[in-house]
Design a protein around this ligand. Structure first.
Ligand code: MTE
Ligand code: MO
Length: 304
């Protein structure tokens, strides 16, 4: 059953950034010292990940992939600062009861933000652990009211050449596009992230709002989202369009299915220092118990 949602706010309701930042920080677990950059304890950590030690703020915000700002790992931190992230809105369209333009403030006022400490695994075989603040994508989709025929969710990133030097070159076919099957999108592990370490999410990490799907390779976790479409057919995705042999639609972390050019059996943890060792990659990035049932009966070397 689709859930009906009528917004009490309009685009004219402008909230100063400091205010919604504070509100989000409070929702994230009562952070008192916003500038400190660290939250003591992990009371709100995902139960199955209580043992995970998050990477430093420095690691998480200086080693990034965000091709709209360049293809180098330090390009996003260098170039993304100029991106205007307020005002921001997301167009939700396709097979929904309540299509329309949802302002960021409007969305945030309806959502409960919590902390989730997730493993993050890039297809390039490095990994991090990130303490995200966000809400379940399912809550947003329910707000829009998913209609019966919808089977996939398509996402698009902003394209703004004046502020995004990377989109002036055709490294990818812009906008950056991603997609999930509806059951993947509705899974409670799939979140829309709006913060890291209880602070506003930095531009290089996808401000003001990005997807995080912890059992899939990092490129599925699309940044700075401006459109979400509920559709019937599997949507085109940027990396699959660029190289279908190397990047499939599913892109589940799977140590048994190698990338055509390198092994996916192990990963290099970022920030481990001098003695950092490669570590074995876990099936579904360690979330097998939670998500394996989504793929029952599928040959994951065919649907990679
Ligand atoms: N719009 C957009 N989203 C993107 C990317 C990108 O280039 N553009 N890169 C992806 C890749 S390959 C990875 S590994 C993650 C990196 O997220 P992080 O920089 O927050 O670690 O973002 C993903 N989302
Ligand atoms: Mo990636």
């Amino acid at each position: 059953m689709a859930h009906r949602y009528t917004s009490p706010l309009t685009a004219a309701d402008v909230t100063p950034p400091e205010l919604y930042f504070n509100r989000r920080a409070i929702l994230a677990g009562g952070v008192a010292t916003l500038g400190a950059g660290l939250i003591g304890g992990a009371a709100h950590a995902q139960v199955n990940n209580e043992e995970l030690e998050p990477n430093s703020w420095e690691d998480i915000t200086s080693y990034n992939n965000y091709y709209e700002f360049g293809t180098g790992k330090s390009d996003p931190a260098r170039n993304a600062g100029q991106l205007t992230t307020s005002p921001w809105s997301i167009e939700i369209d396709g097979m929904v009861d309540n299509p329309g333009t949802y302002s960021f403030e409007d969305i945030m006022s309806e959502m409960t933000v919590e902390e989730r400490i997730y493993r993050f695994r890039c297809v390039e075989a490095w990994s991090m652990v990130v303490p995200w603040n966000g809400f379940e994508l399912a809550d947003l989709l329910n707000m829009a009211g998913v209609q019966d025929g919808a089977r996939y969710v398509a996402f698009e990133t902003l394209v703004r050449p004046e502020e995004m030097p990377g989109v002036r070159s055709p490294v990818l076919d812009w906008p950056y596009r991603e997609g999930l099957r509806l059951d993947e999108a509705m899974h409670p592990l799939t979140i829309m992230a709006t913060g890291i370490y209880g602070r506003e999410i930095p531009n290089q990490n996808g401000a003001p709002i990005r997807l995080v799907v912890p059992w899939k390779y990092g490129f599925k976790s699309i940044k700075s989202i401006v459109r979400i479409s509920l559709v019937e057919d599997e949507p085109p995705t940027s990396w699959n369009m660029a190289n279908p042999r190397e990047y499939g639609f599913y892109s589940n972390v799977n140590p048994n299915v190698d990338h055509p050019r390198w092994s996916q059996a192990s990963e290099r943890p970022i920030g481990g220092g001098l003695f950092a060792r490669r570590q074995p990659t876990l099936m579904f990035n360690g979330y097998e118990t939670e998500v394996a049932s989504l793929y029952e009966g599928m040959d994951l070397s065919v649907y990679f």
